[in-house]
Ligand binder design. Structure first.
Ligand code: SF4
Length: 337
């Protein structure tokens, strides 16, 4: 029997940008660059007779054939007589946790923060914490680790203002107390001279301020994209950086992110489970890249973990913006450096 119908495999997702398109093979973790026109054709003829496709594009049959051959060789498409037995991907996204990660700033470890760390972290399902320790007190950091000891936290990233004394103290603490949960120890405002080989690879030294680095995980190259189907499903509807996150400042105020001027409650008196039901709060989680200028035109928007804060300069403007320019230009299809 002749093979008649074709469609992309479930794990191969086409995404159009303003200039270029891609097909992301999430199983093999490969990005295939294709033209938007080819994506349109694949979509239009998906599940249809492949010979119709060649008939309709007689003049470009040769080019089309080479594309189809490429797709078959790279196992991007299924050719079958019973194409309906290959279901398409459901675009539902489900996360079992209330919060995935949080940012916390601590100046002095208050009783309410101790209570939060000890009892609320697991209740909310939090996987990772980014902690700015303003107090520069290693004893306070050790106390925090003790409070989190029995929690299910997987990663702790610590931000500290650089001080030579603190660096030495922390270095000997980490050496003597190896803790796989400590993912990174980042010193900001770094102006010292050190031999990085003397320190564990978890240590990072940044010349910039904490304001400049906390939400500034920008994209440098294709290697930064995350080729994970769950990430893709989340990115279709939500902001990858801010969905299921919040920030608690040094007074216990709860905000969407560190620079947010609105307080939605305080850990002393309010329940986070209730706060996140507030539409004004969770609206921020829903700012997908499709609503952000430039990114909405980028073919990498559903695999891009760029961590900048989206802003609205004008409330009438339907889209958000970033304050800085991305290293990738989707209008030219080029990397700037
Ligand atoms: S333009 Fe936006 S979506 Fe594209 S790579 Fe840059 S930050 Fe990511």
């Amino acid at each position: 029997m002749k093979i008649k119908q074709f469609k992309l495999f479930q794990c191969c997702i086409p995404v159009k940008g303003i200039k270029n398109g891609i097909i992301i093979d999430f199983q093999r973790k490969i990005i295939h660059k294709v033209s938007n026109q080819i994506i349109d054709i694949i979509k239009e003829y998906s599940k249809k007779n492949i010979y119709d496709l060649f008939n309709d594009f007689k003049e470009t049959k040769k080019i089309l054939k080479s594309h189809i051959r490429y797709f078959i060789e790279n196992e991007l498409v299924i050719l079958s007589n019973s194409i309906d037995s290959y279901p398409s991907l459901s675009e539902d996204f489900f996360s079992p946790v209330i919060l995935d990660s949080i940012g916390i700033e601590i100046e002095n470890l208050s009783a309410s923060m101790e209570n939060f760390l000890k009892f609320k972290i697991d209740e909310l399902g939090i996987n990772s914490i980014r902690l700015i320790l303003k107090s520069q007190n290693i004893e306070e950091f050790i106390r925090i680790l003790v409070l989190l000891e029995t929690s299910k936290i997987k990663a702790i990233v610590l931000y500290l203002e650089y001080s030579a004394t603190m660096l030495l103290e922390l270095n000997s603490y980490v050496k003597e107390n190896p803790n796989p949960r400590i993912a990174k120890l980042i010193f900001y405002n770094f102006d010292g001279q050190i031999n990085k080989n003397d320190f564990d690879e978890k240590f990072r030294f940044e010349k910039l301020s904490v304001n400049d680095i906390f939400y500034n995980e920008t994209i440098v190259s294709m290697n930064d994209f995350v080729l994970d189907i769950d990430v893709y499903l989340e990115a279709i509807k939500y902001n990858l950086m801010f969905n299921k996150t919040l920030f608690i400042d040094s007074f216990g105020n709860i905000k969407t992110h560190r620079e947010d001027s609105t307080f939605y409650g305080n850990i002393k008196n309010d329940e986070i489970k209730e706060i996140i039901k507030n539409n004004a709060f969770n609206l921020f989680w829903n700012i997908s890249k499709d609503q952000i200028e430039v990114c909405k035109d980028c073919e990498f928007r559903y695999i891009c973990p760029d961590g900048r804060i989206p802003y609205k300069t004008n409330s009438k403007d339907p889209n958000y913006k970033f304050k800085t320019i991305c290293n990738y230009d989707p209008y030219e299809g080029k990397w700037n450096s």
